[in-house]
Design a protein. Structure first.
Length: 460
């Protein structure tokens, strides 16, 4: 599968044209970075106050002309619930509405449109997120360029195309639907001579292995759990590829996954971290000292449960992210429940951007069934996360399938939803799956932390 259209090609050309500027940013001084953050912060606040009715109320009384990073704690938090409850008032382009965005998502899922862009400008994505709360977000043309440049600039610096030779082909093992941002973002290359192939991450393992064996990619990019699975298949002798570059995204990268990749292919993983709401927040370069914060594009406040700043790994509860370039849905002190642990010291590559050592809290556990059938969370995430009537969901694995609790904000076609999940499980190798859909008022939360885990494996 391949993402391609004349407008997509033009978009990628714009990314390529802007990448050198972003590579140059990696040589900025600390003072130059502070100056950039201050300028962009005031520009963002000004734009949001002028174009977004919701932000205009939120920022009333704020003296933006004198506002600094130190003043951010004076602003209230912004949550996904805030966005979804006030979508039409948060958005800055009055042509965009949540109903229209949902209609665009539904049309793509049903195959009624193959257009990537709404109004020739916006890419619309839906996500269940790590919290299980459905979100709908839009990337403008410029926002996609910025996110892509943040994702690719270290690779362009460390592996410039002129230093490469021979056949190059990148396998992108990401979401299998057009309504997920991962396939669009990670199917971007810094090498104009590199072929790109897209493989749905939720494919049955044997079919995915067979497809990759046939393609013989030289570069591999995919979900952290999927890459770990493929490394295991390589070590078992079933996957016979030899990628010279492996990058992971979208899920926490476990230490055992790094070891498996190293043993299978003799390379180190380049990990990345971000979200559809605020873009790319961390990228690992070829020095492998940790992930670099994207400090020129976002201000991240690491806080505890009381929203107080902390660097204690045992007290970090969440991030409050202020994007410096998101204009469509301005994200100002937006709450991310990802737990990012900062590192001391600087990277040997010389870039001024601080380092992140570990990301906790986003792991979606794959379900393992009898007969070594492995079901990726994407199998559940697509039908559950894209239904506009579903506000939250939680999936409990059962012996032969799953028990799904759903909090609805509208009418849910339970039988159709159940049938979609059953069909998806059967297509991935689970024989005669049993799926229960329950409409509930509340979902199970951790008794101590109050957090909700979306995918709960069967206890054995």
């Amino acid at each position: 599968m391949r993402l391609d259209s004349p407008r997509r090609r033009r978009h990628l050309a714009d990314v390529a044209a802007r990448l050198p500027e972003h590579v140059a940013r990696l040589s900025w001084s600390a003072s130059r970075l502070r100056e950039e953050r201050q300028t962009r912060l005031r520009e963002m606040l000004t734009f949001a106050a002028e174009k977004s009715p919701w932000h205009a109320e939120r920022l009333a009384g704020v003296d933006i002309a004198t506002f600094t990073e130190a003043d951010l704690p004076s602003l209230p938090l912004m949550t996904k619930t805030d966005v979804m409850s006030n979508w039409d008032r948060v958005v800055t382009d009055r042509r965009l509405t949540l109903a229209g965005a949902d209609a665009n998502i539904t049309a793509k899922l049903r195959g009624e449109t193959t257009a990537y862009y709404l109004f020739d400008e916006y890419q619309i994505f839906a996500t269940g997120g790590s919290s299980g709360t459905r979100g709908v977000f839009a990337w403008s043309w410029e926002e996609f360029v910025q996110i892509s440049c943040a994702t690719c600039r270290y690779q362009l610096r460390d592996r410039p195309p002129e230093s490469l030779s021979g056949r190059r082909m990148m396998a992108v093992v990401e979401a299998g639907e057009m309504v997920h941002g991962s396939a669009f973002l990670f199917a971007v290359s810094t090498d104009p001579d590199e072929e790109i192939a897209w493989f749905p991450a939720d494919s049955p393992t044997d079919k995915l292995v067979a497809a990759l064996n046939e393609a013989q990619p030289t570069h591999l990019v995919g979900y952290s759990s999927t890459v770990e699975l493929l490394a295991g298949e390589a070590l078992a002798g079933r996957l016979s590829i030899k990628p010279a570059f492996v990058a992971t995204n979208s899920e926490p990268l476990m230490p055992e996954a790094r070891v498996a990749v190293r043993e299978a292919w003799g390379v180190e993983v380049n990990n990345t971290w971000g979200s559809v709401e605020v873009g790319m927040l961390g990228v690992e370069c070829d020095f492998h000292s940790g992930m670099h914060w994207s400090d020129d594009l976002a201000i991240c406040e690491i806080v505890d449960k009381d929203n107080q700043p902390t660097t204690d790994p045992d007290k970090i509860e969440k991030l409050l992210v202020t994007s410096l370039y998101c204009r469509t849905l301005p994200m100002i002190r937006y709450e991310l429940t990802d737990i990012a642990v900062p590192l001391e010291g600087a990277c040997g590559c010389g870039a001024i951007y601080p380092l992140i050592g570990e990301i906790r809290g986003r792991s979606d556990d794959a379900f393992k069934y009898a007969g070594d059938v492995l079901i990726h969370p994407m199998v559940f995430r697509t039908p559950l996360g894209q239904d506009p009537a579903i506000e939250q969901y939680q999936v409990h694995q059962t012996e032969r399938g799953a028990d799904v609790g759903v909090i609805a904000r509208g009418t849910v076609d339970v039988e159709r939803l159940r049938g979609d999940i059953v069909d998806a499980l059967q297509s991935r190798g689970l024989d005669q799956p049993e799926v229960t859909i329950r409409l509930v008022d509340t979902l199970e939360h951790h008794k101590e932390t109050g957090k909700m885990k979306r995918f709960i494996p069967l206890r054995t």
